[in-house]
Each structure stands twice: as structure tokens, then as C-alpha cells.
Design a protein around this ligand. Structure first.
Ligand code: ADP
Ligand code: MG
Length: 256
């Protein structure tokens, strides 16, 4: 879709895909997320920035129900997913997540890596899953790697496979946690360009990155986290260009 069309769709006051309200997370009495409110609108791209330890990964892991929250609530398409009665696997089928380290299984082919969870956890048919996996591999330029093992692929290719794996259930939301930080500099571009393509296709995303140039390109909203709180949020031009908070300014000066 065109940029204008994407922005127009963001303007509506529809239900956000992801909504966090008062989210707190403690690890043994240590507060890591401190009452977060955050909305990710449909087709929107929200980028989390902040120093190491500020809570970015924890936020993403809580959104995917990999960590239970200590207080507050998370809604996905209006459904209260942090209700303890909710089936986490059913929720995760609607959320794709990609980690810094690609976490591919070394003893399984690319195709098996992608189709394992949909088949075993989500009980989808092998044929249907593999067909979707092959379509996606084609789209990311890796159709010829379907039968290869991960160690035959470059880091950038492995990370693109991990992104395909996150997309194979056609999720409502994609969570990306510093997906380029484990890559050699010359391989970063191919992964970032795939994320930019997904944005243009209207994929709703919440991502953590320390690549400020990339944040500026893809974000509709940038959130600066510190000590598990959102200290400042707004359009990238504002938060990255003219930050209001001295803490944000300090962080940006250190990182750029
Ligand atoms: P970021 O991704 O921004 O670097 P994290 O979310 O990884 O930050 O970490 C935020 C804080 O939570 C850090 O102080 C970290 O030590 C702590 N933390 C993260 N995971 C755990 C865990 N499983 N147990 C205890 N403390 C944790
Ligand atoms: Mg992290």
C-alpha cells in the first residue's frame, strides 16, 4: 500500500491491535516494567528505544506471553490476553516474534524450522503450512534454501528465515527484538530492508532497535524507555530530532 494509504488507515480511531495498560513486571521484587501504557494501532509501527536494561525485551516478551505480567493488562484486538484463563498458544498464533539471535534449530532444514510450531503447536496441516512457508521464502528471496540447514546460510539469511517463521501463521502483530544486533554490519541492510517491505505491506509491528536511522525510517511512533517507563513518545522527527526530555537527549548523544 502507498505511504499515504497506510497513514490514512492509521488515522482512524479503531481499536488498536495491541493495547497495554498499567503493565508492571517484577523479577523477584525488582521492577522492570513500571506501569506502561502503550497502543500499537493496526498497520502502525511502534519502535522502542532505550539503553540496555531499560525493559525493551521484557516488554516484547510480555506482549507475547512469554513472561507473565505482575499487574495491568494487555489486549490483542480487544481480547484480554493476560487473563490467566487465556490459552497462550492460541494467542501466540496471532503474534509473530523474532529475536536477536535467530534461534533456528541447527538439525532441521529451513522448511522444517518454519513449519514445526504451526504443525505441532497450532495443529495446522503440513501441506498448507509448507505451501505458505514456500511462498514467504520466495518473497524474501530464499526459495532455493528451503531444504538447506541453517549453518549453510549467512546470518542475514538465517534472520530472514526467522522472520518468515514469525510470519507463517499470518499474524496480526509482529514483535522484533533487535533483529540486527547479532549480524555483521554488511548483513544488516538485507534484514532492515525486509522489515521496511513488511511495513509497506501494512504489517503491524512493535520493535526494539538501537539503529536510530532505521527507527527514523520505519517508526510511526518512537518510545524512549528508561527504567521500565516510557519517558517520551511521539513521531520520530520529534523524539529523535527534537526530544523534550533531557534523558532522551543524553541517550541519543551517547548512541549516535
Ligand atoms: P533491554 O531489552 O532494554 O536491554 P531487558 O528487558 O532485557 O532490557 O531487561 C530489563 C531489566 O530486567 C534488566 O535489569 C534485566 O536484568 C532484568 N531482567 C530481564 N529478564 C530477567 C529475568 N528473567 N530475571 C531477572 N531479571 C531479568
Ligand atoms: Mg533487549
Amino acid at each position: 500500500m502507498s505511504e499515504l494509504e497506510r497513514l490514512a488507515r492509521l488515522e482512524g480511531d479503531d481499536l488498536p491491535v495491541l493495547r497495554l495498560r498499567g503493565v508492571r513486571k517484577e523479577f523477584r521484587g525488582n521492577t522492570v516494567l513500571d506501569g506502561l501504557d502503550l497502543d500499537v494501532p493496526e498497520h502502525g509501527v511502534v519502535v522502542l528505544i532505550g539503553a540496555s536494561g531499560s525493559g525493551k525485551s521484557t516488554l516484547l516478551r510480555c506482549a507475547n506471553l512469554l513472561e507473565p505480567i505482575s499487574d495491568g493488562s494487555i489486549h490483542l484486538d480487544g481480547e484480554h490476553i493476560t487473563d490467566p484463563r487465556v490459552d497462550a498458544d492460541r494467542v501466540r498464533r496471532r503474534i509473530g516474534m523474532v529475536f536477536q539471535s535467530f534461534n533456528l534449530f541447527p538439525h532441521m532444514s529451513v522448511l522444517d524450522n518454519i513449519s514445526l510450531a504451526p504443525r505441532r503447536v497450532h495443529r495446522r496441516e503440513r501441506r498448507e503450512v509448507e505451501q505458505r512457508a514456500l511462498e514467504l521464502l520466495e518473497r524474501v528471496g530464499l526459495a532455493d534454501k528451503a531444504r538447506e540447514y541453517p549453518d549453510r546460510l549467512s546470518g542475514g539469511q538465517q534472520q530472514r528465515v526467522a522472520i518468515v517463521r514469525a510470519l507463517v501463521n499470518d499474524p496480526r502483530l509482529l514483535l522484533l527484538d533487535e533483529v540486527t544486533s547479532a549480524l555483521d554490519p554488511e548483513l544488516v541492510g538485507e534484514v532492515l530492508s525486509l522489515v521496511r517491505d513488511l511495513r509497506e505491506e501494512g504489517m503491524t509491528m512493535l520493535l526494539a532497535t538501537h539503529e536510530m536511522g532505521f527507527a527514523r525510517q520505519v517508526a510511526d511512533t518512537v518510545c524512549f524507555l528508561e527504567g521500565g517507563r516510557i519517558l517520551e513518545q511521539g513521531p520520530p522527527e520529534q523524539v529523535l530530532g527534537e526530544p523534550e526530555q533531557p534523558r532522551t537527549r543524553q541517550f541519543l548523544q551517547r548512541i549516535i
